[in-house]
Design a protein around this ligand. Structure first.
Ligand code: PEP
Ligand code: MG
Length: 887
């Protein structure tokens, strides 16, 4: 059995060729070829000019990972494919006269920009460089050799990049040059010598002259880069599975650094910041690809007003590039991020992928593409990552225009962020760990900074363009970023930065506006933005598509207004005890809780009744025409009782009691397990007047509003923490008695938040017209996990793979989900028309929503700000979206 498996493994095809003449892959093979490899093959299939090459598959990576280095069969197949590549290009690998040079690039299944390694110009040594010089010029040949030694030494030999960069910096300074392109061939030859000496000294070996060794070691290093720290961090941040591995693309080099008729650049088929339908990009003349993306140079825009744009300097190539952009975007039905090289006037495309974009751009592009007929509404909805809806609601500066701007750069990723200045990824992480917001300020970013960027709320770089690493990464994370701030100087010791006349120390607070590129001093106040028309259009399409309603958890008239603004289709949970959280109100609920007798309770209740009636009236008035579910009081006592001396003293004074007696009462009420204590309907079993008061407040408020507005309003009243049919019957009786005094229509339902309630759901449904699953408490009580305390050990559970997720965020479908299923089956058996809702925090979680849709739940309810996300996910996971996904 084992032997058979081993043979199969060896027979498996591990390498796939791509060129205009022969192409073994296509776009559907992403899992095997990685995103880059699959798209390179697809571009060959549709006639885009791509330099020929081959992709070593992710299966080969798996063989590599399980074994020890590159398997022998892989090495021999690589050699066979190199021969094919030599035939295709007419050049020979390692040949003195006509050397073939190759690039070796990673290509994972999910895009991980800049995290994995790439090596360019492989195949250069002391002899092939002479052949290359004869073919293409000496300066170019030595420029390429310098770049190759530097990259190879860093990635394969693991030598510090700065060892090499400092040699270049010194020579540039000495020769008054701005970049490598400005250095003459003699200086470049000198640099090559210095580089080789560094390798000899630091790696204790000569720089490898054997091109096959260069090739195989490079493939090995690119595979190994899957496990480097930054890639591991990036996968954690973006939830990319560890076991996917990367493919490796070996491709004939084309040279953007050949001469001044050569260039390299990145182009987006639409603007990735705004979504505007116009090609957007940057390029550098006489340079190689890494120069643009690394942020070490500030590239020039492709088009626009500026003098030296590609549109003006290389107009024919620019036109051809725009045509290719159109073709690729239509083919992939998505905005593309394309890397290209111009070699002596000939355009080559090196990569295409779906472009990372801001939340605003995502919405803009989808609305445009649906209107153009490129995609359907459902396809558009499926393209939206729910996380970007959070970003769309990111805050904007409250006061516009009147803050002092101390510096300005490129608006690389929009949004406003305030925080304390940190100059290193480490510092950023440490500051964030202290619970402080951070703005990370760097000369340029490198992929090593990924954890710091993740910890920061926003970032600034002194160098780099709109397509630099920092810009791409922050846009993907939805964080504000400003690049290339003119005149920004960062102190070498990382203790301050200066811009113009202003000096900002490490730890000083600043605010950045990534939409305008402006830096301001201090933490400036922000407000929520108005929702754009395009956002509203998308929400309308989502509403047409989804099959489940999305209501809000809203406790006050203010919440109700926000909920409506965000598209709530009713209120699924109004926690009435939260109406008293405000400073000027909490005293009254405390008075109720610590009342010594009926009279004191009655006095507190009458004040509460006034407040509740007016709040209910306002909430129903805001939500006119929509369902509103009012949950009767459920105050876990510990959340409401005062604990500090001064509040207790104040309370004693206002109640005309001694501090001692108030303290005694608090001690008497204190519970060891308040979450399982005297809360919910249990309070009303002890003190029925509490729920009677609430019922009167609801009914009288609704009765008055009905008459004023001349419309029908039918409140839904929900009883919390029910575990017993008799509890429910008793409270129903209480409510019905109060209703007799008013002209109101209403329904009464129960929360299901205890396992026993789920198990007796059939009996509860005899009296309850609706169920709303309180999945917070249901998770707490089913799993025996405290909602308040378990955070302390949940991480070890996740670390040991016992839990994949926090069960208070993502529903435990296997356990808690099963109880919900049982309760629904039992409840529906008794009452066919039983209405079902979810009001725990799981109402906004994508995986949980899909489960609730499958169970036939009528609505989910979540906090107002999460409504757009919940609606989007509901639409994506609803049947009709699923069908279109299958097509
Ligand atoms: C719940 O338990 O899920 C619920 C919504 O109620 P609360 O969070 O108020 O206990
Ligand atoms: Mg609850």
């Amino acid at each position: 059995m084992f032997i058979k498996k081993k043979q199969e493994m060896i027979k498996e095809k591990l390498i796939y060729y791509f060129s205009q003449n022969k192409c073994e892959g296509n776009a559907k093979m992403k899992n095997l070829l990685g995103g880059k490899g699959a798209n390179l093959a697809e571009m060959c299939n549709i006639g885009i000019p791509v330099p020929p090459g081959f992709t070593i598959s992710t299966s080969a990576y798996k063989n590599y990972y399980q074994g020890n280095g590159l398997p022998a069969n892989l090495c021999s197949t690589i050699k066979e494919y190199m021969t094919m590549l030599e035939n295709d290009t007419g050049c020979k690998f390692g040949d003195l006269n006509n050397p073939l040079l190759i690039s070796i690039r990673s290509g994972s299944v999910s895009s991980m920009p800049g995290m994995l390694d790439t090596i360019l110009n492989v195949g250069l040594n002391d002899t092939t460089v002479i052949g290359l010089a004869r073919r293409s010029g000496e300066r170019f040949a030595y420029d390429s050799y310098c770049r190759f030694i530097m990259m190879y030494s860093n990635i394969v030999l693991q030598l510090d990049h700065h060892l090499f960069q400092s040699v270049i910096d010194k020579e540039q300074q000495k020769n008054g040059a701005k970049s490598l392109a400005d250095l003459n061939v003699d200086v470049l030859k000198k640099i090559v010598l210095s580089f080789k000496n560094i390798v000899h000294k630091k790696a204790e070996k000569y720089f490898p002259q054997n091109v096959e060794e260069q090739l195989l070691s490079s493939v090995n290093a690119v595979f190994a880069s899957w496990q480097n720290d930054r890639a591991v961090s990036y996968r954690k941040i973006h939830n990319i599975p560890e076991d996917l591995g990367t493919a490796v693309n070996v491709q004939a080099m084309v040279f953007g650094n050949l001469n001044n008729n050569s260039a390299t650049g990145v182009i987006f088929t639409r603007n990735p910041s705004t979504g505007e339908k116009k090609c957007f990009g940057e390029f550098l003349v006489n340079a190689q690809g890494e120069d643009v993306v690394s942020g070490s140079y500030t590239p020039i825009p492709i088009n626009g007003e500026q003098e030296n744009t590609m549109e003006k300097l290389m107009s024919n190539v620019y036109q051809e590039l725009c045509e290719i952009c159109k073709k690729l975007e239509t083919h992939h039905k998505d905005m593309q991020d394309i890397e290209f090289t111009v070699q002596n006037g000939k355009l080559w495309i090196l990569q295409t992928r779906s472009g990372k974009r801001t939340a605003e751009a995502t919405i803009h592009i989808i609305v445009d593409m649906v209107k153009e007929g490129t995609i359907t509404k459902e396809e558009g909805i499926l393209k939206i990552d729910p996380k970007i809806f959070d970003n769309l609601l990111h805050p904007v500066l409250e006061a516009k225009g009147d803050q002092k701007v101390i510096g300005k750069g490129l608006p690389a990723s929009p949004g406003v962020a305030s925080g304390y200045v940190a100059f290193s990824a480490n510092d950023a992480e440490k500051t964030a760990e202290q619970g402080k917001k951070v703005i990370l300020v760097r000369s340029e970013t490198s992929p090593e900074d990924i954890n710091g960027i993740n910890a920061a709320s926003g970032m600034i770089t002194a160098r780099g363009g709109m397509t630099s690493h920092a810009a791409v990464i922050t846009r993907g994370m939805g964080k504000p970023c400003i690049c290339s701030v003119s005149g920004l100087y960062i102190d070498k010791n990382g203790s301050f930065f200066s811009v113009g006349d202003t000096i900002v120390d490490k730890g000083d607070p600043i605010t950045i506006n990534g939409g305008t590129g402006e830096i301001m001093l201090g933490i400036l106040p922000t407000i929520l933005p108005e929702l754009s028309q395009e956002f509203k259009t998308i929400i309308n399409w989502i509403d047409e598509t989804k099959t489940i309603k999305v209501r809000a958890n809203a406790d006050t008239p203010k919440d109700a207004k926000i909920a409506k603004e965000f598209g709530a289709e009713g209120i699924g949970l109004c926690r009435t005890e939260h109406m008293f959280f405000a400073n000027d109100r909490i005293e009254f609920i405390r008075r109720l809780i610590i009342a010594d007798d009926k009279a004191e309770r009655a006095s507190a209740l009458s004040k509460l009744e006034e407040m509740q009636k007016s709040d209910f009236k306002e909430i129903f008035s805001i939500m006119l025409g929509m369902k509103v579910t009012i949950r009767l009081l459920d105050p876990p006592l510990h959340e409401f009782l005062p604990s500090n001396q001064s509040t207790i003293e104040k309370m004693a004074k206002s109640l005309n009691k001694s501090v001692e007696s108030v303290k005694n009462k608090i001690a008497q009420l204190s519970e060891k397990n308040p979450m399982l204590g005297h809360r919910g309907c249990r309070l009303a079993i002890s003190y029925p007047e509490i729920y009677s008061m609430q019922a009167r407040a609801i009914f009288s408020g609704v009765d008055e509003l009905k008459k004023e507005k001349k419309v029908e309003i039918k409140p839904e009243i929900m009883i919390p923490f029910i575990m017993n049919e008799k509890e429910f019957i008793l409270i129903c009786k209480l409510l019905k008695k109060e209703a007799e005094n008013f002209d109101v229509n209403y329904s009464i339902g129960t929360m299901i938040e205890l396992p026993r309630a789920a198990m007796i759901a059939g009996n509860l449904a005899k009296h309850a017209e609706f169920f709303s699953f309180g999945t917070n408490d249901l998770t707490q009580t089913t799993m025996g996990l405290s909602r308040d305390d378990s955070v302390n050990f949940l991480n070890s559970y996740k670390g040991n793979n016992i839990f994949e997720n926090d069960p208070f965020e993502v529903l435990d479908i296997e356990g808690v989900g099963e109880l919900i299923k049982i309760a629904i089956e039992k409840g529906k058996k008794t009452r066919k028309e039983l209405k079902l809702g979810i009001c725990g925090e799981h109402g906004a979680d994508p995986e949980s929503i899909e489960f609730f849709i499958k169970l036939g739940v009528d609505y989910i309810s979540c906090s107002p700000y999460r409504i757009p996300i919940a609606k989007l996910v509901a639409a994506q996971r609803s049947k009709c979206a699923k069908q279109s996904r299958k097509q």
